[in-house]
Design a protein around this ligand. Structure first.
Ligand code: GLA
Length: 296
């Protein structure tokens, strides 16, 4: 019997790099993602037209700690790579789902450990948790100190628009590793970012609950400033794009994801979202909060 498994990408609404230091974040799963189609076979044989999957498959099997049922299959993706939408996390989530039948936080944890093993990047658990735990119309409030998570309903009538800066996330991995080390060493500006960012996550959750969209806009703007000045993870193209997004009518906008290039996220009135995306330079995706990893 043929089975199909889907793991979404994610957009982080706010709470950047907080997963490296026990803070808070508020990501959402999106409609774009990876699909793995499998059928029973004599041996495990999974492929992707996008590149070699062997290391990821090996890492997931090792982290599951037991040999999976042998299947053969192919991965396909609607997620742009290198846009900061969690494409590599969704690959490991879909593999852990299809081969291990895991769900929820356990799925996210196995996928995170597998990704670290396969790619050698000391990533946090933001992307995998968003992909595993997402729900239609909701963001996921994550507390990385306890791994407690809670669904937060998003205001009706708001679309999520992701706009790529055109700057590939080149050298992003070395930047990420460096920032992680600086945080561990307690560098004041880096720690200040993570602490103030967790406060902004709480503020955004409260403002959503009150329907106070101007406050959400202020907090996103302050979050981007903190990433620019204290965490130094933005690039000028991202800074300009955020300014432009507000000028073009976004309710809120900030850089999103691992930084050093990649994309911004903007919250835009749903009826204006397509026109807004067309007014912004570069590639963009109009999306909304969607369900997490699942069998189709
Ligand atoms: C990347 C990492 C995540 C997280 C973000 C920044 O996406 O994979 O774990 O640290 O950067 O918030």
């Amino acid at each position: 019997m043929i089975r199909r498994f889907f793991a979404p990408g994610r957009v982080n609404l706010i709470g950047e790099f907080t997963d490296l230091a026990g803070g808070l974040a508020l990501p959402a799963a999106i409609h774009l993602g990876v699909t793995l189609t499998v059928e029973p076979a004599d041996e495990l044989d999974l492929r992707s037209p996008l590149g070699d999957l062997a290391r990821s498959v090996e890492a997931v099997v090792a982290e599951l700690g037991r040999p999976p049922e042998p299947v053969r299959g192919t991965l396909s993706s609607t997620l742009p790579a290198g846009a900061g939408l969690g494409s590599s996390a969704s690959v490991h989530v879909v593999l852990a789902l299809a081969l291990g039948g895991l769900e929820g936080l356990e799925l996210a944890q196995v996928a995170q450990r597998a990704e670290r093993r396969a790619l050698g990047v000391p990533c946090g658990i933001l992307d995998q948790a968003a992909s595993a735990l997402g729900a239609d119309g909701h963001a996921v409030l994550l507390d990385f100190a306890t791994l407690r998570h809670e669904l937060v309903p998003l205001p009706e009538g708001l679309a999520i628009v992701v706009v790529h800066s055109g700057v590939a996330r080149r050298n992003a991995e070395s930047g990420y590793v460096l920032r992680r080390r600086e945080l561990e060493e307690g560098m004041p500006a880096r720690v200040r970012h993570v602490e103030s960012e967790s406060g902004r996550v709480r503020g955004v959750v409260d403002a959503f609950a009150r329907g106070d969209l101007p406050r959400v806009g202020e907090l996103f703007r302050a979050g981007h400033e903190s990433l620019r000045v204290d965490f130094e993870a933005t690039v000028p193209e991202l800074d300009r794009l955020v300014e432009l997004a507000y000028a073009e009518g976004a309710v809120a906008a900030r850089m999103t994801g691992g930084g050093f290039g990649g994309a911004i996220v903007a919250l835009v009135a749903a009826e204006d979202a397509d026109a807004f995306a067309a007014r912004m330079p570069g590639a963009s995706w109009v999306t909304r909060a969607c369900g997490g990893a699942r069998e189709l």
